[in-house]
Design a protein around this ligand. Structure first.
Ligand SMILES: Cc1cc2nc3c(=O)[nH]c(=O)nc-3n(C[C@H](O)[C@H](O)[C@H](O)COP(=O)(O)OP(=O)(O)OC[C@H]3O[C@@H](n4cnc5c(N)ncnc54)[C@H](O)[C@@H]3O)c2cc1C
Length: 299
């Protein structure tokens, strides 16, 4: 596959060739991407998608890589990374317009400073807004979808479109975006007024609890499996005796069994095998097949 950057049109953002995906995933694993581009603006994203489509080159969009397991073989084609770019926040009364690349904790803190509540629960989620909306991220019984009003997308046909919340099919850690190649560019949120100090206190409490509960000192990608009905995957995994189980440098966290941590040089394959080991052990003991929440990105 030949990727001719010059034919993409003028790309204003950063272009990285043969880029290790370890640098772009919180698991710190994965092979190289043929090309990874951090677009500077929406026009860059359009140029990349139009070029990829016309040449039949595969493309993938990622945010902060905090819910991703990228294959050791890497990614063929173009990776478009929308994180800390396209990250403008515009606040007008209770309406917040935010670029897909804004990190959720930054957005939560900025809205807090403006006396707006509704995003406290994402203050410790290390994803970008686009990845967060696609995953309908959330914590403590809350989901991002509660405050989403409208989403601006770039379709796989290269057209800009807008979708209202009712058209997005949000569910638990789910949105229709998981079935499409739509790229989320911008999101409009509707928040409620609140007292900055109260919101700050709630956020501090959330961050403190997460620090105690989650193994944040090792690379990881958050919860590995989705909650299933009344079952907490962490409890099932712990009761199936999987805590501390390893494959290479990948380990089922001793602190929180629904986390896999990379203790140093884990390969994506180690993590994949460990995921299978956990599924087998939980199935053998409880007849429950755990469904991964983590997204696998392969060639
Ligand atoms: C320590 C830790 C704690 C976590 N805690 C939580 C938690 O409490 N709750 C929770 O829900 N999650 C949690 N996560 C998981 C993760 O942070 C969320 O799923 C987050 O929303 C992913 O965002 P991202 O930008 O990193 O997306 P990525 O991981 O980069 O991508 C996730 C998916 O979204 C797609 N995507 C990314 N950006 C776009 C875009 N602009 N347009 C279209 N598709 C896009 C990707 O193709 C991929 O399929 C945690 C992760 C870590 C590491």
């Amino acid at each position: 596959m030949k990727i001719d950057i010059k034919r993409m049109g003028e790309i204003k953002g950063q272009i990285k060739i043969n880029e290790s995906m370890r640098n772009h995933t919180t698991f710190r694993v994965g092979g190289t991407a043929d090309i990874l581009i951090l677009p500077k603006d929406i026009e860059d994203v359009q140029n990349i998608v139009n070029y990829a489509k016309s040449e039949g080159i595969p493309y993938h969009v990622i945010g902060n890589g905090s819910n991703l397991l990228v294959s050791d073989k890497g990614i063929r084609g173009i990776v478009i990374k929308i994180c800390k770019v396209l990250n403008e926040i515009i606040i007008s009364e209770n309406t917040v317009t935010v670029g897909a690349g804004c990190l959720l904790p930054s957005l939560a803190k900025e809205t807090m400073r403006h006396g707006l509540k509704g995003l406290e629960h994402v203050v410790g989620i290390p994803g970008a807004v686009g990845g967060g909306v696609r995953m309908n991220a959330g914590s403590g019984g809350h989901e991002l979808s509660e405050v989403v009003e409208k989403v601006t997308i770039l379709t796989s046909e290269g057209a800009i479109g807008e979708l209202y919340k009712s058209q997005i099919g949000f569910g638990y850690r789910y949105s229709f975006f998981q079935e499409t190649k739509d790229i989320i560019l911008q999101v409009i949120l509707r928040l409620q007024s609140g007292a900055t100090e109260d919101i700050r206190k709630t956020m501090d409490d959330i961050l403190k609890k997460r620090k105690e509960k989650f193994p944040l000192s090792y690379p990881n990608a958050g919860s590995v499996f989705k909650r299933k009905g009344d079952y907490s995957p962490g409890k099932l995994i712990e009761d199936a005796g999987c805590k501390g189980m390893t494959r290479g440098d990948a380990e089922v966290s001793q602190l929180h069994a629904n986390f896999i941590i990379n203790k140093g040089n884990a390969a994506a394959n180690d993590i994949l095998f460990l995921i299978k080991d956990i599924q087998d052990a939980v199935f053998a003991k409880f007849n429950v097949l755990l469904e991964p929440e983590i997204i696998f990105l392969e060639e």
